[in-house]
Design a protein around this ligand. Structure first.
Ligand code: FAD
Length: 408
């Protein structure tokens, strides 16, 4: 942490200027402007780490550490945890400035920072919170989220992984799946069943698992985009101290909602895949192809721009405190707007490029779009599917009843 407390401006434009100045000394060591590597035309909807990504991850960790030392790693975070005590909108500005200045992707850290840290901050005992949250922000630890199971995805409260109390420890047995970054992670936020007799939402508890503990086995899963960020995780009698419980026994569902609210909001904000640079890329592509005046593509481009503007506006409509983004309904709305914008971008690129989007002819900025197009379906699933977001918006936001079974 920096020696003297920082006094950043609250005005967003002034804050962006403050960040640019504060980050300028980090450029030489950490930034890589796009023009530095003219052959790198990758564009991804889900920024997936590839095989041999160790250097990418190490780079992200070094940069995150430098960001923390510069005092600006977490604008909306509490000052006592190395944050600046500002708002979610300031986090968005930070992400924009980082992308603009060519700093590296911090995708490997996304889950720890945006899913695990909020749960700890809001529900963990002070000792656990103080030990882990700053360590995540300094990138000393990488976090993962172990919610989904083979039999529990949308129906998350149906998780079957069991935790049985044994003195001041718990013993965990079960299987998790689709665990992003588990192969890199040091700690995992794990949702388990502690009381099988209780109603399903009430029988759950959340723990912070040491991913290096005996009995934890991580197996990679390969995605259709070629990425290798997914895993399945087997827990075979893993012992977890009770001091690593996040929230009360039986309160795991409440903790999960905090993580999910933050996940949905942040992935659809500037920390997510739809950065201003992506919009610039697709616009440049249309211009390069001379398709600006095409009667089909032109209105499609306009609709794409409108969808992206709507998504960004929704992100900026939640300029409250750090806790604001945890609110489940706004997270779901934001995620749906992101998904719509991503669909528009993918469709536009695909229609403009035709077969060049999928056949590698060695031409720059053409086949590269296949990774984006193939990644978009994942956005409709990760963090809860579209149908689940609609249910959240309908039931919690609009107060509509749960759908009743149809009369036969
Ligand atoms: C890129 C990516 C990263 C992920 N990372 C993680 C991670 O790090 N940790 C983690 O725990 N999980 C992760 N997941 C898993 C993700 O949370 C689940 O895939 C998701 O919640 C859906 O669960 P499922 O795959 O079991 O599908 P299912 O729940 O089986 O759903 C199948 C279909 O049925 C529909 N459906 C189900 N229930 C309803 C309902 N009540 N009403 C209407 N329709 C319904 C769904 O919308 C979907 O279309 C990730 C997924 C992706 C794609």
């Amino acid at each position: 942490m920096s020696a003297a407390p920082l006094d950043p401006p609250r005005d967003l434009a002034a804050f962006a200027g403050f960040l640019r100045e504060r980050l300028a000394p980090l450029v030489a060591e950490h930034a890589r402007p796009a023009e530095a590597d003219p052959d790198d035309d990758r564009i991804a909807a889900v920024e997936e780490l590839r095989e041999g990504h160790e250097e990418e991850v190490a780079r992200a960790r070094r940069f995150q550490r430098a960001l923390y030392e510069a005092g600006v790693a977490w604008p909306s975070g509490p000052v006592e945890f190395g944050g600046l005590g500002l708002t979610d909108a300031h986090d968005e500005v930070l992400e924009d400035v980082l992308a603009e200045m060519g700093f590296p992707s911090r995708e490997a850290l996304f889950v720890g920072l945006n899913i695990v840290a909020p749960a700890l901050l809001h529900h963990a005992a002070p000792a656990l919170r103080e030990e882990i949250v700053p360590a995540l922000y300094r990138a000393e630890l990488i976090g993962c989220q172990m919610f989904s199971e083979p039999g529990a995805g949308s129906d998350l409260a149906g998780v079957a992984t069991r935790a049985v109390r044994d003195g001041d420890h718990w013993v965990l047995t079960g299987q998790k799946v689709w665990t992003s970054m588990a192969h890199l992670a040091d700690v995992g936020e794990v949702l388990v069943r502690t009381d099988p007799a209780a109603p399903k939402h009430a029988g759950l508890t959340m723990f912070l698992l040491d991913m290096h503990a005996p009995g934890v086995t991580v197996r990679p899963i390969r995605q259709m985009t070629g990425g290798a960020a997914f895993n399945e995780v087997f827990l075979d009698g893993v012992r977890v101290p009770d001091a690593r419980r996040i929230g009360g026994v039986g309160e795991g569902w409440r903790v999960a909602l905090t993580s999910l609210g933050s996940e949905r909001s942040t992935m659809s904000g500037a920390a997510g895949p739809l950065t201003p640079q992506v919009m610039e890329r697709v616009t440049r592509l249309i211009r390069r192809l001379g398709a600006e005046d095409d009667p089909v593509l032109r209105p499609q481009l306009a609709r794409t721009v409108a969808a992206v503007v709507a998504m960004r506006a929704a992100a900026n409509l939640t300029p409250g405190s750090y806790t604001h983004r945890l609110e489940p309904v706004s997270g779901s709305i934001r995620k749906m707007l992101m998904n719509r914008a991503a669909d528009h971008i993918a469709r536009l690129a695909q229609d403009a490029l035709g077969e060049k989007a999928f056949v590698d002819l060695g031409e720059k900025d053409t086949y590269a779009w296949s990774e984006f197009v193939l990644g978009v379906p994942a956005l409709h699933i990760a963090g809860g599917t579209d149908e689940i977001q609609r249910n959240v918006i309908a039931q919690r936001g609009l107060g509509l009843p749960r759908s009743a079974p149809r009369a036969s």
